[in-house]
Write a protein that binds this ligand. Structure first.
Ligand code: PHE
Ligand code: FE
Length: 278
């Protein structure tokens, strides 16, 4: 079966990645031999820059799990990570050529498989890349999959995505993904920290999200999240804060069917819309 490439939103850019390598479930083997010395060097430099910024900014759970990715001076092999990850939480990472459509994405998550883009950005994209590459996917997403509560949440998200697909609510659910799994903040004993992958893999956003006085930070409110549009090409103007991964799990556990119905009746909120003080 031929699979179609996927791009974010309406875009004139050609899709990245070679989708001819993907099977019907959109996964592909990590083509380790295809990485050049420059690719490994890009990974090493990205890792080094980001690792130097996480103290006091990334949550403790992330910092504790980061070494589980293995070597930081070259691109890791998925099979090496999987040996540790599978033992820790029963999750596994699988290679994909880039963004994949909703249903195959949710299906993988529901089966405790996390899709990781297998190519790395070009040197001229060192500071900024719009679509996820292997650095974002591995460094940003995979450490928290070693945490049992977060790991269970990701699987529930996958199952919830398949359900949302049938309810025509994928866009609402994708906002939840955006404002939690990608750009979530967590309050721990010694202060505010990041757990979202989009923050943790970006040097600029990591400082902005945790330290800037400019963005608004609201307690996680599922309906507000689902109403709030998001921007993919600038720092976030609104972040949602949890106190624990258990809170994230518990707040997303109820049946979303009536939630989607309610949210569809309400006006959308702009990404920078300020909450009215209670
Ligand atoms: N509880 C949600 C539902 O019933 C599913 C879900 C779980 C969504 C966890 C996101 C995260 O649709
Ligand atoms: Fe991501």
């Amino acid at each position: 079966m031929a699979v179609e490439p996927v791009v974010y939103g309406a875009s004139e850019r050609p899709p990245r990645g070679d989708y001819r390598r993907a099977g019907a479930d959109y996964t592909c083997r990590q083509d380790y031999a295809a990485y050049t010395p420059a690719d490994h060097d890009t990974y090493r430099r990205l890792y080094e820059r980001q690792a130097a910024l996480i103290t006091g900014r990334a949550c403790d759970t992330f910092i504790a799990a980061l070494p589980s990715l293995g070597a930081s001076h070259h691109i890791p092999r998925f099979e090496d990570i999987n040996e540790r990850l599978h033992k820790a939480t029963g999750w596994e990472i699988v290679g994909v050529p880039g963004l994949i459509p909703e249903v195959p994405f949710f299906t993988l998550l529901a089966n405790r498989k996390f899709p990781v883009t297998d190519w790395i950005r070009a040197p001229e994209e060192f500071d900024y890349i719009v679509e996820p590459d292997i650095f974002h996917d591995l460094f940003g997403h995979v450490p928290l999959l070693f945490n049992p509560v977060f790991a269970d949440h990701m699987q529930e998200y996958g199952k919830g995505g398949l359900k949302a697909h049938g309810l025509d609510a994928c866009e609402l659910l994708s906002r939840l993904y955006w404002y939690t799994i990608e750009f979530g903040l967590i309050r721990q004993g010694d202060g505010l920290r990041a757990y979202g992958a989009g923050i943790l893999s970006s040097p600029g956003e990591l400082r902005h999200a945790v330290e800037s006085v400019q963005p608004q930070r609201l307690p996680l409110d599922i309906e507000r999240v689902m109403r709030t549009r998001y921007k993919i090409d600038s720092f976030q103007q609104t972040y949602f804060v949890i106190d624990s991964f258990q809170e994230l799990f518990d707040k997303t556990a109820p049946d979303f069917t009536p939630v989607y119905a309610r949210v569809k009746q309400q006006a959308e909120l702009a990404a920078d819309e300020r909450a009215v003080a209670a």
